[in-house]
Design a protein around this ligand. Structure first.
Ligand code: CUA
Length: 336
């Protein structure tokens, strides 16, 4: 009696957890597809779900049938007739799995090659995606643009992606558009993506890479072609002049404390260890997608980055006080 009540409580708990997990998947749902790569991957997923469902149903039906048909009957004393080694049963048990595996293998192999296709036509866009502990760098070699944690693309175009990593293995994944492909040190992987509608698509590192792996997010921002052109122009001719005395004070601090690691297009700051900060004031998110980019969050990040993102490599020469953080935030949010 007691045991069955515990069982029931456990079932309720598991159901609640399942419902909660389903709720987690709205923003980064691979079922809400917005591009051809994600569609191909989802089709493959459904194919394997149907094959596995078929196997499960057949096994359960046979098990139930055998349990009922060959159960021990009242008054039965002898052992039932033994039928080991039936050659037809053996043959089916080899043939059916072989057919099912072939049904899964052919589209899987075809799709794997299709999605890693490197052939490109003129004018298609290349993006080098570098996963780092714990943020993302996006380089546009043909455009001479480098940015961080926000990958801007035009809609309806095939984007060729080269995946690299200087430190450990990361994985690039944008559930609504496609992925996950690993960024592996010493090796370049290739994939492509296409967004069918403009919008902001959340992405996430999908390979455990250290203490802040779960905090290594990014956004893919898909623009209409003319808006994408505007973004390119803005990134090539950014506004970098401090717009107030406080911002000018912030630039002084930046020059002393930050410029050796961060670059800003249109200035003398060319550090490469940290994220490129060109157009920082236009970014939606801060610290690789985990905080909204606003003054309060930026100050908190500057004053204690380790609290927000344990294990990050942001090295402060000394503690930044409230006043300095205020000035730096003013300067950075001015970069547009
Ligand atoms: Cu990078 Cu997990």
């Amino acid at each position: 009696m007691k045991r069955s009540r515990r069982m029931r409580q456990l079932m309720y708990l598991l159901t609640l957890i399942a419902i909660a997990l389903v709720g987690c998947t709205t923003e980064q749902s691979m079922f809400d597809i917005k591009g051809p790569v994600a569609k191909t991957q989802l089709d493959l997923l459904w194919l394997s779900v149907w094959v596995m469902t078929f196997v499960t149903v057949v096994v359960v039906v046979i098990t139930i049938f055998v349990l009922i048909r060959y159960r021990e009957r009242k008054g039965q004393t002898e052992e039932p007739k033994q039928t080991a080694g039936n050659k037809w049963v053996e043959l089916f048990m080899v043939l059916i799995p072989a057919i099912l595996i072939t049904i899964l293998a052919i589209p899987t192999v075809t799709v794997s090659y299709e999605l890693a296709d490197e052939t490109r036509v003129e004018d298609e866009l290349d993006v080098i995606v570098i996963g780092k502990q714990f943020w993302w760098e996006f380089q546009y070699p043909e455009l001479g643009i480098v940015t961080a944690n926000e990958m801007h693309i035009p809609v309806g175009a095939k984007i060729h992606i080269q995946l690299e990593s200087p430190d450990v293995v990361h994985a690039f994944w944008v559930p609504k558009l496609g992925g996950k492909v690993d960024n592996i040190p010493g090796r370049t992987n290739y994939m492509w993506l296409q967004a069918d509608e403009p919008g902001i698509y959340s992405g996430q590192c999908a390979e455990y890479c250290g203490s802040s792996h779960a905090l290594m997010a990014f956004q893919v921002i898909a623009h209409e072609p003319e808006d994408f052109e505007n973004w390119i122009q803005q990134m090539k001719n950014p506004q970098t002049e401090p717009q107030s005395d406080l911002a000018a004070e912030g630039e002084q601090i930046f020059q002393q404390s930050c410029a050796s690691c961060h670059a800003i297009e249109g200035t003398d700051y060319t550090g490469v260890a940290g994220p490129d900060l060109t157009g920082f004031g236009n970014r939606n998110k801060l610290a690789a997608g985990i905080l909204d980019n606003n003054r309060e969050n930026l100050k908190a990040w500057l004053m204690d980055p380790m609290k927000i993102k344990p294990g990050n490599l942001m090295i402060m020469p000394e503690e930044i006080n409230e006043r300095e953080a205020e000035a730096l935030a003013e300067y950075l949010l001015n970069l547009k």
